[in-house]
Ligand binder design. Sequence first.
Ligand code: NAD
Length: 641
Amino acid sequence: MAEGVASSTTPEGKPKSMFEKIIDGEYKIPFEERLRLDLKPDEIPPLPKGEEALKPSTVAGWQTEAIIRAMINNLHNGSDWETLFIYGGSGRVARNWKAFFETIELLKTLKPNETLFLQSGVPYGKTITHPWAPRIVVTNSIIVPEWAKYFNNMVEAGLTVYGQMTAGSFCFIGLQGIIQGTYETIAAAIKNAEKSPAYQKLSDFEKQIIVSAGLGLMSGAQPLAIKMNGKIAIIAEVNPKQIDRLYNLGRDRGTPYLDIKVDSVEEAIRIAKEYAEKKEAVSIGVLANAVDLLQYLVDNNITPHVLTDQTSAHDMLNGYVPAGMTYEEAIKLREENPKEYEKKAYETVKRHVELMLELQKRGAETFDYGNNIRGQALKAGVKNAFDFEGFVPKYIRPLFMEGKGPFRWAALSNDPQDILVTDEYAKKLFYDDPQLVNWIDLAEKYIPFEKGLPARVFWAGFFGRAAFGMLMNKLVAEGKLKAPVFIARDHLDGGSVASPFRETEGMKDGSDAIGDYPVLNLLGNALGGATLVAYHGGGGVGVGYSLHAGQIVVADGTRIAQEKLFRVLLWDPMSAILRHAAAGYEKAINIAKEYGLVVPGILENKEIDYKGLYNKIIETVKERTGIDLWPPMEKIELALL
Ligand code: NAD
């Protein structure tokens, strides 16, 4: 039963409206009821395997089958399937179990000319569109800006859900989705640090260690990514279950996500010193609050080479854990006294950022890793919290200007062999990009496939994404892949995100908080024929702090899919180039010029040679991989009813 329905009045003595009660936290649906845990299955819904995986079971075929499997895949890769919680504080795949199953049922019978709409994790309705339109349109955590700060109250009233970035848009593929980004970011940080005079003053031991916190669903990529960079990772985590999960993940194939787990900071430092003596890379997870690890470093005059943090600091109630208590004690306090919990969390984050600033002063290459820790510390009174920069302006933005970002795909056959085939073709297509080829080799060596569908990620940009997507579609058509793949990307992206403390921090023209760009990205992808489009608020940094869009496009081996892939995978990275060109970045303008894009008001060009681009993709794919794509479609017939 909902609590506090028959409740108070306004100061003027008038009965409160429902909205006022929610804003004042007087109307809450208990968690179990809100999540409809009565409908939770006994086991995680299975993903088809073997022969069963090779056929769709839906009216609209693979386009809707892929989305159903992507939803279930999120549960397999996520944190706590029973509560539909996937990653990143409280990011969920659906609002409740009833909505989860209703969405699947609706997708099963959806016709190839219909589109289903979801409102924050609950099916909302469907309408007739056409076969080129998305089969599903998703929105999550969108709140009228003035009221965004009451988001949690609205969640508790059962009106919305936190979709994070890839949870509510169904393309969460686990740590494998983030690890390349983490690997490249750490590599850039190491390089940047080595240029600074402060680095020269560090001891041999200090030069080898990289410190962070958080071993969760995304942050858990840190230890392996640091080790792959040849360094020693020391990562604090308060939840022993998370440490164990990473310690076991990949251990059977000899490449665990976390090499060593310890219960004390002293022990972590002792082991790190042992490995530093041998000049050997290793990853160490320590059961400790981040502030306890950093305090130890400050007290013992140890300055790490690189310092960051990936705790769920964007959410001071449901993510970040205050110091001075165990994880269990924290969960108890969160449930019993949320106000006290938040107060303590803010006290901790204040100390946390102060310690980061101190270590930065002593020479550590320090950056915010997209969890809004600086914003929270500023709220807690650390006036100079923004004295260290975010990872996007510091290391990633130049890639965004080329339209590059984390591009991912998953094999619907549920057979890892299909991913290995795509790896082989990717290496042929991108043979002249040594970083990308090297990454695929590293990924095959180090990164275990996770519990869900086998998947891969790499950073690709304009032209490359479209060429590779169209190539994978033809591999499906020719039977070189056993079943279709779904192609998606992270919302950590150059063209589809407005997030002033992350992706759009410090834009040249001050357009950090302009929310038009993600909407334009979303609409372009929808009009181009993406299978799913999604529009979210609050991913990464918390509701009120970001707006972002995502897409999934299914390469099902059909002729029409090639056309859709051309359009979606052209526009999606193009919107990153345009967004940065519009903000005045020279590099983006030059890239737009090189590809013959239209940038009104900046470049003279008025026409894009689509046919030329299409044919160039066909030629490149043929020359490098031997695969013949279909020529551009001249005409299409649409069965509308
Ligand atoms: P998560 O909730 O799965 O993991 C965070 C972990 O931090 C949890 O295991 C939690 O126990 C631990 N933790 C919380 N407070 C702590 C403290 N004070 N000391 C030590 N450990 C603590 O979340 P996630 O998916 O790993 O994401 C982490 C953060 O990173 C989020 O804010 C997310 O939005 C952000 N993020 C950044 C990127 C990126 O590309 N930079 C990508 C995804 C997520």
